[in-house]
Design a protein around this ligand. Sequence first.
Ligand code: GLN
Length: 425
Amino acid sequence: MTTEKTDRSNLIPFSSRLREGRALAQDVWSIFNAANLPADCINLGQGYMNFAPPKWVTQGAEEALQSVAPNHYSHPKGRIRLREALSNFYSPRFGRKLDVDSEILVTSGQYSVFTAFLEQGDEVIMFEPFFDQYLPSVTFNGGKPVYVPLHPPSKDKAHPSSGDWTIDIKEVRAAITPRTKIIIVNTPHNPVGKVFTRKELEDIAAVAEEFNLLVMSDEVYDCLVFDNNEHVRIANLPGMWDRTVTVGSAGKAFAATGWRVGWLIGPPSILTPTLAATTRIVFCTNSPLQEAAACGLEQAEERKFFETQRDEYAERRAILTNVFDELGMVYSMPEGTYFVLLDISGVQFPEDYPFPPSVLGRGRDFRPCWFIALEVGVSTIPVSEFYCEEHANIGEAYARFAFCKDVDTLKRAADRLKNLKKYLK
Ligand code: GLN
C-alpha cells in the first residue's frame, strides 16, 4: 500500500475567499487575549465588560429559560416582544413610528446587509481606522473595500479630542467610482471615539444621495455619548431614511457583549432583502437573550438606565485620561464609546525583546502594545489593525484602551500605567 505515508491532514482545499479580508491572519483580539498574556495582566484590550449585565435585564433570560416558547426558534425577524420594545424605544429617536413587521430586524451583526446588496466587484467605502470585522463582511460577499482616512489630530495639539479626527469630504467624493454601492458610517466610532457632527453627516448624506449609495450606519455605541455631545442619526437627515440601515446592539447597551443580539432599523426596501439573507445564514438569533434585551429596553427609560450608565462610563474614562495627563502623554479624549486612543509613539522598548511570532510581522505598534502588556501589566489593542496594510503606519502611533471595566480595575490599571514614565523618550 502506498497510501500509508500520504499526508491526510489537509485533504480538502479551503475556499480562496478566506484569503481575502485578512480572514487567515490571526485576529488582533486573540493575539491580545487574556489567555496569551500573564494571568495578572489587566485586560483593557478587547472591548468587553468585567461586570455583569443588570439583574433586572438578565432576569428576562432566566424567565425565558423556564418557559417553553423562548427556548425554541424565534421568527427570523426577531421575537415580537423585542421588536415591539425596539419600536417603542427607537420610534421617538427616529422621529417616526417604526413598523415592527417591516422596519426592524433582530439579528447578530451587519453581515447580511452586505450579502443582500453586494454584487461581485461592488465597492464599499469605509473610513480608516475601521472596525476590523467590516473587512471580511465586504470581501466574503464579493465586495471591494475602498478606504477614506479620518485625519488624526495634528501633532502639536496638546489635548486633542476624538472630534479632531476629521474627514475631508473631497476625499470621499474622490473615492467614488461607478462601482461604489455602500458607504459605512460608524458613530460613535470604534476605535477613535469620535461622534460625527451633523455637518459631517450632512456632507456624507449629500454624497450618498448624489451617487445613490446605501448607508450602513453602525451606531452600536449610541448609548455612550459624553459631555452633551449630540448623537446625530444619519437616517434622520432629509431624504436619508430610504437609503440607510442603522445598526444597534444589546451587547453594548446592557453590558452583554456575548449575547450577540443586535438589530437593524431601516426601510422595508432594505430590510426585506436583508431578512431574506439573514434567514438563510443563521435563520434566527438566539431566543432567550432576545427576551432579556426586550426586558432591558422596556424598563431602561423609567430606570434612567442609559443616563446612569453613561455617567458611570464618564467616571471610568476619567481614571484613564487623568493618568495619561499625569504622564504628559497625548490621547484623543473620546466623545463617545468606551475606547480611548493613546499616542504611544514615544514609548521605547528593546528591539530584541522576546516578542512572540504572532506579534512580529504585524504593525510596529503590536510590539509596544505587547511590551506594555508584559512590563507594565496592562493590555491594549494596537490600532494598525484598524487600517489597511498600505496605511497601517498611521495607526502604529496609537494603542486603544477599553474602559468598560469596573472602577477598581481601572484604578489598578492607572497605578500600573504610571510606570510607563520610565519608557518614555
Ligand atoms: N467590538 C469589540 C471591540 O472592538 C470586540 C470586537 C471583537 O472581538 N470582534 O473591542
